[in-house]
Each structure stands twice: as C-alpha cells, then as structure tokens.
Design a protein around this ligand. Structure first.
Ligand SMILES: [Zn+2]
Length: 303
C-alpha cells in the first residue's frame, strides 16, 4: 500500500516537473530534500520548476542518485541540499554538475546540534571526538523558517526580476510556519514536562526536542544504516521501564521489528508512526501536515 502510494506520488511530481519545465523562463531547481522541495515550490511559485530528486517517503540516509537524477541536477541552475553531511553522495553530484549550477547546502547555515555517533556508522571514523552533526534540522519549525529565508534570498540572487513575487510568497509561507509553530507550542503544553520523553526508531528528533522540551531515547543512531546492538536495546528497555514511558514511536521509513520487541519487553505501547526524515505520503505529504501529525501523535500517546 505504501509502495503504491509512493509510486503515484513520484508520478505526480514527475508530471509536474515536465509540465512546468516546458516554460522557457522558469528557473530550474533540483532538490535533494523533500522539505526544501516544498519551500522552493512555495517561494518560487510559477517562476521556478523544482525537480524533487529525493521523493516523499524515501529514506534520505539510504538514497543514492540515479543517472536520471544526476542529469536533472546537471540541468538545474540551483541545487538544494540538506547539508550537515546528510548527502554522502555529494561527490557524484559535483562530478555531474561541474561548476555550472549553484549548490546551496541550506542546513549548513543553520545552528547545529551535535550527537554521539554510533561506532558502527561510517561517519564515526571521521569524527575524532565521536560527535557528529545531527542532520535532521527540518524537525524544528524555527529552522524551516530560517531555511525559507535562505532559499528566498538564493532565488532573488538568481532571478532579480521576480524579487517582489519571491518576497511576497515567502512572507505568506513564513506566516503559515509561524502559526504552525504556535499551534505546536500550545499542543505540547498539554503534556506535563515530566512526560516529555520521546522513544523513537532513530535519533531524528533532537531539534524538535530542543524546541519543545523533550528528552530523546533513540533506538538507532543518527543514521538508519546501522542496526542497534543488543546491549543498547537492553539499556533502552531499562530506561523505558524506569522512566515509566507510556509509548514509543515508529517511523514511516523504518522496519518496526526492534520497536515491537521493546514494547513486548516493557509494556509500553506503540504510540504511532512519525515522519522523521522529511515529507512522506498521507498526512506528511506537506510540511504543515507532517508537523501536525508528529506533534499530535506524540502528545496524544504520552498524555
Ligand atoms: Zn534520519
């Protein structure tokens, strides 16, 4: 069912790209982040055509660009990247595009939270102190507001003639994000501080936790590439029991096997599935829908 939906979504995005790509004057953008794809479409409006190369529901940690993706990137004037080292395939993109396109790693301009790297993870070897940048900046609405301003300014730089439209569109989108953040704060306020404990499949919600005062207990590390060790799972089970955590959460892109095992051992229930790694299908097909889904699911299950 998920695969079928994802397939339809990809077809729709492909169709949209071809349709708007036929207008000669549109600014071509290639995006390796589902959230940045939405921002670029909202701010760029009909002045841009955005090829969303990482598709909704696709795991960005596991994603590899296809030859067609690289062609679309090479054809774009602006390449949007998540940054914070999420795009481990960056050399391929750079090889394909050369110096022609401007590439903008939006996350690199946002404040960084660090996290302990899983020793089995490839990136851990590059981190002498064992700490790596947490790439999941989009799980903070404040960060997405900042990202919108960064994308707006990049569009203005490349297409000054449409500056007024980009500014107006960005203002509209920013107003929606501000309202969304206010809604999220009110929703989280329903949950007492000592119940703000978030057990998730991989460590993707640090930025959300910082914004709304949660403590994170992650089953996997920052990336989804490694399986958790038995020792780590045993420690987590102890934490969940000691902290009397009522619910743990699954993710749309991950195998729920270990999470289910933990619920059997602890008596905590499955609180629902969260969108950890960007836009997905269903509720999470827009950024607003994603945030509303994640916050409601978390708060309602932990109450
Ligand atoms: Zn992730």
């Amino acid at each position: 069912m998920m695969i079928a939906k994802g397939f339809v979504a990809s077809l729709l995005i492909g169709a949209a790209f071809i349709r708007s790509g036929q207008t000669a004057e549109t600014l071509k953008i290639a995006s390796f982040s589902t959230v940045l794809t939405e921002i670029a479409q909202q701010v760029g409006g009909n002045h841009v055509s955005v090829a969303g190369l990482v598709k909704p529901g696709q795991d960005p940690h596991e994603y590899q660009p296809t030859p067609v993706d690289l062609e679309q990137a090479a054809d774009a004037r602006l390449i949007l990247l998540s940054g914070k080292h999420l795009e481990h395939y960056l050399d391929k993109v750079q090889q394909a595009t050369g110096a022609k396109a401007e590439s903008l790693a939006v996350g690199d301009a946002l404040p960084t939270l660090e996290m302990k790297a899983d020793p089995d993870e490839p990136r851990a070897k590059e981190a002498p102190n064992g700490m790596i940048d947490d790439p999941h900046w989009w799980n903070s609405v404040t960060n997405v507001e900042r990202a919108t301003v960064i994308v707006r300014d990049a569009l203005i730089k490349l297409d000054q003639a449409d500056q007024a439209d980009f500014e107006k569109n960005a203002q509209t989108y920013l107003a929606k994000l501000a309202a969304l953040n206010n809604w999220a704060k009110r929703k989280v306020a329903e949950l007492p501080r000592d119940k703000r404990k978030l057990v998730t499949s991989h460590d993707a919600f640090q930025y959300l936790a910082r914004d709304y005062g949660f403590k994170i207990y992650a089953i996997e590390g920052v990336s989804t590439e490694t399986e958790p060790s038995d020792r780590h799972v045993a420690e987590l089970i102890d934490d969940i029991k000691n902290q009397r955590v009522k619910a743990i959460f699954l993710e749309n892109t991950l195998n729920p096997k270990v999470s289910r095992e933990i619920t059997r051992e602890t008596g905590a229930k499955i609180g629902g599935s969260l969108y950890a790694d960007g836009l997905g299908n269903g509720d999470g097909s827009t950024y607003e829908g994603l945030v509303r889904h994640n916050i409601s699911t978390i708060v309602d299950a932990l109450k």
